[in-house]
Design a binder for this molecule. Structure first.
Ligand code: M6R
Length: 609
């Protein structure tokens, strides 16, 4: 995780670094720091806590330098503290370094550096070792020293380095952690992600794995692992800086919940032609390819995994191909049965989640065809896939994923329908019915979002509950998982999701007076059974919030409160039913005074194992 930025140009570096870091705070917020070359030395300022603390401290002095690097940390090695914050330096303080990732062999390197140089280390981090390693190899050429250092390093890293003796350059490297370069006029930038640079430039170089970049204020050179210069096309960012701002909403999460009608509309309509045929430019799977595929794996983490659960339901139902869904961190270590007849679908908002990326590589190694559903254009997952389906959610900043999830669902449905049409496993009138229902989704989500006040009232009554259960049947179970995750990650309330039919096999023992149960009952074929399950928990004292389609009013007789979603086909209810659960989790977290956008212990982009 962690966010890195770097600036070299004619302007004062400090405010640009702070501004960039504030856009990357979603990647980690345990501590923040900068190193700036100023008046003949590298000045390092770093503090435990949010970027605002660093900013306040920087206001107390004048650092005029116009080359610098900055970092916001999600702690892995060593507790959050001033000492463990980045940038790290070599012993003399001449070389400063920022790092996102993990150096797996840092202990060995540290011992070796102590034995050959008698180095003293100031922190408990793996990252500090890199600064010492570069120093060990430094003989007046920073680029050369960095190349020699990375030869010794194992693990994942995006690093930025400055050096007192070469104050006109930044050297940066990418290996398995994201890194981009921003191109300006007489100034250049590095960053972990595009929002950090949008205020300054929309011209970006997407840096590939194992590339090394040399930046001066007038020039950017990209080298491959063999030290050869490589050419790179400029990637033009199409969205503007406002997309990464709160625009009057109290939190990014609420803004992003409200952006779902647009995200869903864009993701859908960009794939439909005038006759409502699905056109997937990024996917080249033919009828012949599909006939060879006998198994689909959908692999992802967290919310994206929950989207995968709905994907299984859609692909099996529409395209009649068996699907397994797995969390990426488990998939990669269990020697899964994958071969050249397997379609592997990776789902990831960021496209940088290390577990997902590693699972993808494992599947590729075994011969699977790789299709990814990704939000961040040009991200690692996208680049390493055979076929890519981009969600059109726009930048998602809040740690809790909302619009990425609903656009991932639309993507799953479109891929499943596309497969079904290509295979000929769906009748035309059925297809038309499905597309019509999907096209109604943006307006229907809008209707739910407009009803947020009534959901807020429920949240205000229930925010003190310390244990919450989410139950459902059929595809509602997948949504129950997502609703539960949303609540626990932002409100710190313990919560569990379970198939309603499974309750009586153990979990119902936890139901007692006042326990909050959120019951999803959106599936017509399973509606009566859900009503029975609701009565079972009510009989044991639970307070039940039901989620049902407007046409099904019977639930009012058994639930304490009901949140309605607009009527739609059973197949597509997840796109709608998740929205009130997001709003509920949001208002419960607000009522508990939680930091909604930056929940404790979490980061948006999980680039460590
Ligand atoms: O960027 P990714 O979609 O690969 O991220 C996967 C998970 O880390 C992510 O969905 C996480 O579970 C969300 N913060 C949950 O809201």
């Amino acid at each position: 995780m962690c966010g890195i930025v770097g600036y070299i140009g004619n302007q004062k570096a400090a405010p640009i670094l702070i501004d960039g870091l504030s856009k990357l705070e979603y990647r980690g917020y345990d501590s923040a720091g900068v190193a700036i070359y100023d008046e003949g030395s590298v000045k390092v300022r770093k503090y435990k806590g949010r970027i605002s603390i660093l900013e306040e401290n920087l206001k107390k002095e004048t650092i005029k330098g116009n080359i610098g690097i900055g970092h916001t940390r999600w702690a892995t090695h060593g507790e959050p503290s001033d000492r463990n914050s980045h940038p790290h330096t070599n012993y003399s303080g001449n070389i400063a370094l920022i790092h996102n990732g993990i150096i797996e062999n840092y202990m060995k390197l540290k011992e070796w550096l102590i034995s050959v140089k008698g180095d003293h280390f100031k922190s408990e981090t793996d990252s500090e070792v890199i600064a010492h390693l570069i120093d060990y190899f430094y003989e007046g050429d920073l680029l050369d020293a960095v190349y020699k250092a990375i030869e010794k390093m194992e693990g994942a890293y995006a690093i930025g380095v400055i050096c007192k003796d070469e104050p006109d350059k930044i050297v940066a490297v990418r290996k398995d952690s994201p890194l981009i370069v921003g191109l300006g006029e007489n100034e250049n930038f590095i960053a972990s992600d595009i929002p950090a640079l949008l205020k300054y430039t929309k011209d970006i170089y997407l840096i590939e794995n194992e590339e090394v970049v040399l930046l001066t204020k007038d020039e950017v050179k990209i080298f491959n692992e063999f030290r050869e210069v490589v050419k790179r096309d400029v990637f033009k960012v199409t969205w503007n800086a406002e997309a990464a701002e709160k625009e009057g909403y109290p939190h990014f999460m609420m803004k992003e919940i409200n952006e779902q009608p647009k995200g869903v509309y864009d993701t859908l309509h960009r794939r439909l032609d005038k006759k409502d045929n699905i056109v997937l430019d990024g996917i080249k799977i033919t009828k012949e390819d599909l006939e060879q595929i006998n198994k689909v794996y959908i692999v992802a983490c967290g919310t994206a995994y929950h989207a995968g659960l709905v994907g299984k339901y859609a692909i099996e139902k529409f395209a009649k191909i068996p699907v397994e869904v797995d969390v990426a961190s488990e998939f990669r270590y269990r020697d899964p049965f994958v071969d050249e007849n397997t379609l592997f679908i990776a789902v990831s908002q960021s496209g940088e989640t290390l577990d997902t990326l590693a699972a993808l590589r494992e599947a590729k190694r075994k011969g699977a065809r790789i299709l990814s559903i990704v939000n961040v254009v040009g991200s690692s997952v996208a680049r390493e896939s055979d076929d890519v389906f981009y969600t059109w959610a726009g930048p998602e900043i809040a740690v809790a994923s909302t619009k990425a999830y609903t656009t991932q669902l639309v993507s799953m449905y479109l891929i499943a329908l596309h497969m079904a049409v290509t295979k000929g496993s769906i009748a035309n009138d059925q297809y038309k019915k499905y597309i019509k229902a999907l096209k109604e989704m943006p307006d229907q989500i809008q209707k739910i979002v407009e009803n947020e006040e009534s959901i807020q009232k429920i949240a205000d009554e229930q925010f003190n509950n310390e244990n919450v259960f989410y139950i459902g049947r059929g595809v509602d179970v997948a949504v129950a998982y997502e609703g539960s995750l949303k609540l626990k990650e932002i409100s710190y309330i313990h919560s569990e999701a379970i198939g309603a039919g499974e309750l009586k096999h153990g979990t119902i023992a936890l139901i007692e007076e006042g326990r909050l149960v959120v019951a999803l009952a959106t599936q017509d074929g399973l509606y009566d059974k859900m009503l029975s399950n609701i009565q079972e928990v009510r009989a044991r004292g639970a307070y039940v919030i039901g989620v049902a389609k407007e046409e099904n009013k019977e639930i009012e007789k058994v639930a304490d409160k009901v949140i309605y979603i607009p009527d739609t086909l059973d197949e597509f209810t997840p796109i709608l039913s998740v929205v009130p659960l997001q709003v509920l989790a949001y208002y419960i977290a607000v009522a508990r005074g939680c930091d909604v956008d930056k929940p404790k212990n979490l980061a948006k982009s999980v680039t460590v194992e």
